[in-house]
Design a binder for this molecule. Structure first.
Ligand code: HEM
Length: 437
């Protein structure tokens, strides 16, 4: 498309124009230089009908978005301070994963459910103050729910609902029931409401243990403030969104990371050599270790650039009359900053179409941060869970590679590297053998 139409062009979704922006320089203008001008989020009709008046972060704008985002960011940051709740729960999940892989005795296994379970538990620990065991029903609902949501999001008729709301609106009750059955949205909602009830039953402690404690305290603190958007309905919505935005994405990132380790065994071995030399077997892996593990860090980043799971990114909307690349855009225009195009921009990457951890290393082997690495997007709508995701992915990746050599099952010569298209780019299911080291 860009070779014919240039870096900025308009696509029509039904009657709605969407301005697609490609390449690092122009995406940077939208996300970072003019961040305020493009800070709004268009709310798709089917979602607005589903969430009704609730105001969270991912699907809200203006004052409620600012309040909910600022509070959630600060609360997650405080809970992660001193490497306590967050890093402890990640290490706990790393041990559970290592045990689960070890039980397979090197037999072929599809890692996707195990990885998703680990991620869900890390998020649950931050939000609810506890994790789930794999036997619990709620745990299975969480797994099924996030999978079904992802499938639904990729479905063409969700797009139809958006493009033709007048036609689809009368069908809404039927669709809604289908959506609910498909997505487990209600189940997730009920699970969150139950967790809130449990917290309320025990009373909110002085020192918040988790996100729900902090939010309940905030509702109480702001109850007489007319500008407050801190309500129980919004608390449920925010927690839903943190789950929806955080669980599948992080699990998919890990599935890609291990897929590339199967594809490039020599790179896997180099990472293991670094882990063995620098850390030793009994070292407790923490996020800070990325500073002394440049190769491991670079390889993990390259798996994320190369897979570019954020796909074309998340839609934004202009909040006022503005411009991009000198072209005028009126207020309310939908805009898609194409993150995938940034991760494959030939002006930014030496070998964009080749898996090359050197993209994130200097000539002396030090890790180099790249501005054109935009997995979590950028600017004022940047992913709220970036730090949490980076910490989780690094600790789980390093812990598992220290414990196992991952290889393809016998007789399998190659792995499907094509992505399944959806809101996120997902790998096809694959099996690996985890051989204890
Ligand atoms: C590898 C994992 C992840 C990736 C690749 C990812 C990527 C993204 C991207 C591309 C956006 C859109 C930003 C924009 O509008 O330009 C986003 C938004 C968001 N992410 Fe993430 N994310 C990840 C993990 C997480 C986690 C762990 C959480 C929280 C538990 C989270 C919470 C959110 C929220 C709440 C938003 C909406 C921000 C807003 O609209 O202001 N994400 N993420």
């Amino acid at each position: 498309m860009t070779s014919t139409y240039g870096n900025v062009y308009t696509l029509w979704l039904g009657h709605t124009p969407v301005v697609v922006v490609n390449g690092y320089q122009d995406v940077k203008e939208v996300l970072i230089t003019r961040s305020e001008d493009f800070a709004e989020r268009p709310i798709p009709n089917f979602l607005q009908d589903l969430i009704q008046d609730a105001q969270g972060i991912l699907f809200s704008n203006g004052h409620p978005w600012k309040q909910q985002r600022r509070f959630s960011l600060m609360t997650l940051r405080n809970l992660g301070l001193g490497k306590t709740i967050l890093e402890d729960s990640i290490r706990q999940e790393a041990s559970v994963l290592i045990e689960a892989f070890a039980r397979e005795n090197g037999k072929p296994i599809d890692p996707s459910n195990l990885l998703l379970a680990a991620i869900n538990n890390v998020i649950a620990s931050m939000l609810f103050g506890h994790s789930f065991t794999s036997e619990e029903d709620t745990f299975r609902h969480l797994i099924d729910g996030s999978k079904a949501m992802d499938e639904f999001n990729g479905k063409a008729w969700a797009r139809l609902y958006d493009a033709f709301p007048m036609v689809m609106k009368p069908l809404q009750p039927i669709l809604q029931r289908t959506i609910l059955a498909l997505s487990h949205w209600k189940l997730l909602q009920r699970l969150i409401e139950n967790e809130i009830r449990e917290h309320q039953k025990n009373g909110v402690p002085e020192e918040p243990r988790d996100f729900i404690d902090s939010y309940l305290a905030q509702v109480e603190k702001c109850k007489d403030d007319p500008s407050s958007t801190f309500t129980e309905t919004n608390m449920v919505q925010v927690i839903m969104e943190l789950f929806i935005a955080g669980s599948d994405t992080s699990a998919i990132a890990l599935r890609w990371a291990f897929l590339y380790m199967l594809e490039y065994p020599e790179i896997q071995e180099q990472v293991q050599q670094e882990l063995d030399t620098v850390l030793g077997p009994s070292h407790v892996i923490c996020y800070e270790d990325q500073k002394i593990l440049p190769l491991t860090n670079a390889v993990l980043h390259e798996t994320q650039r190369f897979s570019s799971l954020s796909a074309v990114g998340v839609m934004h909307k202009s909040s006022k009359n503005t411009s991009v690349k000198g072209m005028s855009l009126s207020k309310g225009i939908m805009i898609l900053p194409n993150i995938y195009s940034v991760h494959y921009d030939p002006k930014q990457w030496e070998t964009p179409y080749k898996f090359n951890p050197g993209h994130f290393l200097d000539k002396d082997g030090n890790f180099v941060k790249k501005d054109a690495f935009l997995l979590f997007s950028g600017g004022i709508r940047v992913c709220l869970g970036e730090k949490m995701a980076r910490t989780t992915l690094f600790i789980l990746f390093a812990s598992l590679l220290r414990a196992f050599r991952f290889q393809l099952p016998e007789g399998v010569k190659e792995i499907n590297r094509e992505a399944i298209l959806g809101l996120a780019l997902t790998p096809h299911p694959y099996k690996l053998c985890a051989i204890p080291r």
